[in-house]
Design a binder for this molecule. Sequence first.
Ligand code: F6R
Ligand code: ZN
Length: 192
Amino acid sequence: MNVDEPASLMAPFSVDIDIDRGLLLNATGHLVRKASDMRGHYADADALAELIAEGDDPVHYEVFEVPVPDELGHLMYCISTLQPGRVGDECFMTKGHYHTMAETAEIYLCLRGEGIMLMKTADGRCASEQMVRGKMVYVPPYWAHRSVNTGDDEPLVSFCVYPGKAGHNYGDIEREGFPKRVFKRGGEVVIE
Ligand code: F6R
Ligand code: ZN
């Protein structure tokens, strides 16, 4: 080893992604969020309670990764897979978060499905971008972000990349909520 190299030098590695199906084939990290993890996030709490009770608490979304250290210099990356469905007429969505280091950005490359990336700032600005296969959404620093599946049958699958030290701040968005929600009524996507 060269004297200038850090003692903890990581060996390069590769991962296999099935881009068409949106699968990270050799993932070792797997996070699952079920409908019951989404309490407090949907407009219609009764519809969510019914989905949990009668729908057997279905999986809402999953995150697959081969973890790397959450340190400066590293890039975290994952595949995020959000199922289609509605709570009342509100489309299934992720919890959403700011990054703990709010000044860190993120890239979402949509591989499969259709949806909306909802974003908001702490001072109340709100933005949305369409998500569809081949579309890359750049989430700039300081924007909280939540993905929403507006499709009827397919999961919304994205490949996400963000700085290793970014961290996830869920607390602020749980308190604030997003200024807009995404509904599907009569086959039309409505953001309001
Ligand atoms: C990472 C990121 C995504 C989400 C994933 C699940 O910074 O934005 O990988 O973590 O889509 O959503 P949350 O984390 O909001 O439950
Ligand atoms: Zn993020």
